[in-house]
Design a protein around this ligand. Structure first.
Ligand code: B12
Ligand code: SF4
Length: 286
């Protein structure tokens, strides 16, 4: 993983992680699963399709939610599936020890997915698969058993296409395969919680209330998307496009009730209200 580790260090050196200080914590550990799972010898990398065929409401009084957050929290869904898979592996390989990772472990999901032959790293820096496009979550099981690996890496099929770079309204994809989080709408509306949204981003939100899918929506590989059979990824009521006034006025009790087991909790109530206010403000000035 030395090449990927160096890319991560360079990304951090450039400050492209913004206020995500947790990304700075021990980047070498992030590049070597043995540092948090002693005895790790194999990584089983998985992708979980989350595409459901719904569209955003064009009403400007509603804010767009990114596709990954429409249904139940993928951490819970993917973790459950990975524990089932681990159980099956334990039946086949008695005595094997495993560790399930879904986003929260300090591990480079995308780099392992690429190595495992799940897909390739698109220029927007999401992993693209030939079967489902990029609408997949990634996760892993670390095992202390050595497995034969049977997948060859998938070659990079981005070619000369620059659709994602051209479409990104804030220029966050500063060069192919490199995202500056400070400029990214997804980062500003989800991860940047304790500050105002920077002007370069807030002036270009384009109606996004939580996350952003523009670079994936324009990707030609996403024409190969397929509807997921995981019903828990079906949108919750009002979660594809949310009413901005209602969101800006939400109280804590309503927030807790509405977003129980939803990935949208990540930005916290204040972050979500700040995003709604930023969109309402943007409409006044337009
Ligand atoms: C930090 C983070 C973010 C940050 C930074 C994004 C980024 N470019 O990494 C922000 C907040 C911006 C973000 C946004 C989103 N995220 Co995010 N995020 C993460 C997280 C927690 C860590 C990613 C990381 O390590 N970044 C560090 C940088 C250095 O990584 P990188 O640029 O990809 O480079 C690495 C490799 O790809 C490789 N590499 C780099 N360049 C190149 C070039 C070549 C040619 C090659 C071969 C390799 C290579 O080396 C690097 C080190 O490993 C992962 C979960 C995880 N634990 O991995 C989810 C994850 C990447 N996010 C995910 C999602 C869904 C999103 C959003 C789509 C959500 C949304 N709709 O709003 C957006 C997409 C924005 C975008 N264009 O990237 C999914 C992606 C699934 C997929 N199909 O790839 C992940 C994997 C979560 C998951 N478990 O499913 N995210
Ligand atoms: S998620 Fe949106 S803002 Fe971030 S890189 Fe993609 S298009 Fe740009």
């Amino acid at each position: 993983m030395e090449e990927e580790a160096e890319r991560l260090r360079e990304w951090l050196r450039l400050g492209y992680h913004g206020a995500m200080r947790w990304m700075e914590r021990d980047p070498d550990m992030r590049s070597d699963p043995r540092s948090f799972f002693e005895g790790a010898r194999s990584v089983v990398s998985v992708a979980l399709n989350y595409y459901t065929p719904h569209e955003h409401d064009p009403d400007p009084r509603k804010g767009k939610v990114s596709r990954y957050a429409w249904g139940d929290d993928y951490h819970d869904v993917a973790r459950e599936k990975l524990y089932d898979l681990l159980k099956r592996i334990e039946e086949i390989v008695p005595g094997v020890r495993g560790r399930v990772c879904v986003d929260t472990a300090p591990i480079l999901d995308k780099a392992w997915a690429v190595r495992a032959g799940i897909g390739w790293l698109g220029k927007h820096t999401n992993v693209i698969t030939t079967d489902f496009g990029s609408w997949v979550f990634l996760g892993e099981i670390l095992l202390d058993a050595e497995l034969e690996f049977d997948e060859e890496p998938v070659e990079d099929h981005c070619g000369t296409c620059t659709a994602c770079l051209d479409a990104c309204p804030t220029g966050a994809i500063v060069e192919p395969y490199l995202v500056d989080s400070n400029k990214c709408i997804s980062y500003a509306t989800i991860e940047l919680r304790d500050e105002a949204i920077p002007a370069q981003v807030s002036e270009n939100l384009g109606g996004w209330l939580y996350g952003c899918d523009i670079c994936q929506d324009v990707c030609p590989w996403n024409r190969f998307r397929q509807e997921t059979d995981e019903t828990r990824f079906e949108p919750r009521p009002g979660n594809v496009s949310r009413d901005l006034d209602e969101t800006a006025a939400m109280d804590h009790a309503e927030y807790v009730e509405t977003f129980r087991k939803s990935a949208m909790k990540r930005t916290k109530l204040e972050g979500l209200k700040r995003n709604a206010r930023a969109l309402i403000e943007a409409q006044k000035t337009n």
